[in-house]
Design a protein around this ligand. Structure first.
Ligand code: NDP
Length: 451
């Protein structure tokens, strides 16, 4: 059994059967049996299945939000937003089955047409930071395109994915189309990567595990999409609305207690604005309400586990340049105070590694060219922000930073309708928007000689 721990109380909140290699093989076999019939469901009917699933999730959204808040330790208001996005995601991709269009291509001697074909059984491996929402980014386009799915959630947070499977079955999704295996990555995840009947792996998690998945998938030439780590820059120019930039900066790195691949954990501040920005940032950080995830007023919860807290703490040794620190509740729970290190050099360990906790590094810069240079001086390239009132400069810097997603005067990274994914070692492929569908289909080219 897996004992599922609630990070805010350190107590076991549920026990679920622990899957291993055998259960993973059984799930792949179920998905393989279900594939031909699911692929052949008429597009309008597949769309109707996804809409019914979205409706069923909506009917249970309050319970799902509470479950996710408790299991992942995230504020209930955030969890509600995530469940709303899950529902939106299934509704968005319900529009896809009838729009998976091919092409007709002019050729000599006949007609050439292309079809977008589903891949077959796809293995989806998800992390613990946004368990249900990241599952939906993969499950919804995979099913819409006619694939069947084996979903492996992180062992720390399997509950909402197991609920998704139950709700999908109750909403009439045919048996075997969506299968959840709750078990360790090294057993269930690795087996999916190796399994000859799995056509594709979509993975979100650490860059280290992503490397192993890419290497493992190469043995059977699986399609692979990877959404990995980040160390994104929040670039604040002196001509920005500094109050607005300072108000947004904390949530951009302390949201989800910093356990967010999009966290703008390197705050690049133009030197001439440092004093004013730091004063405003201090007011904002001190005001962050850290506490019980189920309280309506909580803005930041605990970290996911004692191990994660220990890993994060290693980036704040006694001699760290702590410039600002918030507070945490006493008692049980994997708490870590929101912490701002300043000034930090981009080559420092805290500025180089993805900490995945509520630790921000403030790095001063002088001028546009240096800002872009520092922003790009990382192995990652996932998200980022630029704060300035100069539109042309914003666009120049946005084009100059090697990153998959960047926002101007905003910290928003993710929308269901737009592509999301990384440059460099932040990943391969795109999720969300129309782009995701390309990663769950292959193009078939049919030539018909008309003689
Ligand atoms: P992992 O990359 O280890 O876990 C992500 C998922 O992969 C989990 O479902 C995990 O299963 C599974 N997994 C682990 N090992 C393997 C494997 N060999 N083969 C296939 N699947 C595997 O992340 P961690 O949970 O260890 O977090 C460590 C760090 O990773 C974080 O501190 C952060 O830096 C980064 N991270 C980034 C995320 C992102 O959103 N990009 C999300 C999560 C983490 P299980 O956990 O059940 O063993």
């Amino acid at each position: 059994m897996i004992a599922v721990v609630e990070p805010a109380t350190e107590r076991v909140m549920a026990e679920v059967p622990r899957a291993g290699v055998e259960e993973t093989d059984a799930a792949v076999a179920r998905a393989k049996r279900a594939f031909p019939a699911w692929r052949d469901v008429a597009p309008a009917d597949r769309a109707a299945h996804l809409r019914r699933l979205a409706d069923a999730l909506e009917a249970e959204s309050a319970e799902l939000s509470t479950l996710e808040a408790r299991n992942a330790g995230k504020p209930i208001t955030d969890a509600r937003g995530e469940v709303a996005m899950v529902i939106e995601c299934f509704r968005y991709y319900a529009g896809a089955p009838e729009r998976l269009l091919g092409q007709t291509i002019p050729v000599a001697g006949g007609v050439d047409v292309t079809f977008r074909e589903p891949l077959g059984v796809v293995g989806l491996i998800t992390p613990w930071n946004f368990p249900l929402v990241i599952a939906s980014w993969k499950v919804a386009p995979a099913l819409a395109a006619g694939n069947t799915v084996v979903l492996k959630p992180a062992e720390l947070t399997p509950l909402s994915s197991l609920e998704l499977e139950r709700i999908a079955l109750e909403a009439g999704l045919p048996e075997g189309v969506l299968n959840v295996v709750a078990g360790p990555g090294r057993e269930c995840g690795q087996r999916l990567v190796e399994h000859p009947d799995v056509a594709k792996i979509a993975f979100t998690g650490s860059t280290d595990v992503g490397r192993g998945i890419a290497a493992g998938a190469a043995q059977t030439i699986k399609r692979v999409t990877l959404e990995l780590g980040g160390k994104s820059a929040n670039v604040i120019f002196a001509d920005a609305d500094l109050e607005a930039a300072a108000a947004a900066a904390p949530i951009a790195v302390f949201g989800n207690a910093g356990q967010d691949c999009c966290a703008r954990s390197r705050v690049l501040v133009e030197r001439s604005a440092m004093d004013e920005f730091m004063a405003a940032l201090e007011r904002e950080v001190k005001a962050i309400r850290v506490g019980d995830p189920l309280s309506e007023s909580t803005q930041m919860g605990p970290l996911i586990s004692a191990d994660q807290r220990e890993a994060v703490a290693s980036y704040v040794p006694d001699d760290a340049p702590v410039a600002i620190q918030g507070s945490v509740p006493g008692g049980p729970g994997f708490w870590f105070a929101p912490t701002v290190l300043a000034p930090v050099s981009n080559s420092d360990r805290a500025a180089a590694d993805e900490i995945f906790g509520p630790v921000a590094c403030v790095i001063p810069f002088s001028g546009e060219a240096e800002a872009v240079k520092i922003a790009n001086d990382t192995i990652y390239g996932l998200s980022g922000s630029i704060w300035t009132r100069d539109g042309a400069k914003a666009l120049r810097v946005a084009r100059g930073i090697d990153t998959g997603v960047i926002s101007v005067n905003s910290n928003s990274s993710v929308r269901v309708t737009t592509p999301f994914g990384g440059f460099k070692q932040s990943g391969v492929g795109r999720e969300l928007g129309p782009d995701a569908l390309e990663h769950y289909t292959d193009v078939k080219n049919v030539y018909i000689a008309t003689g």
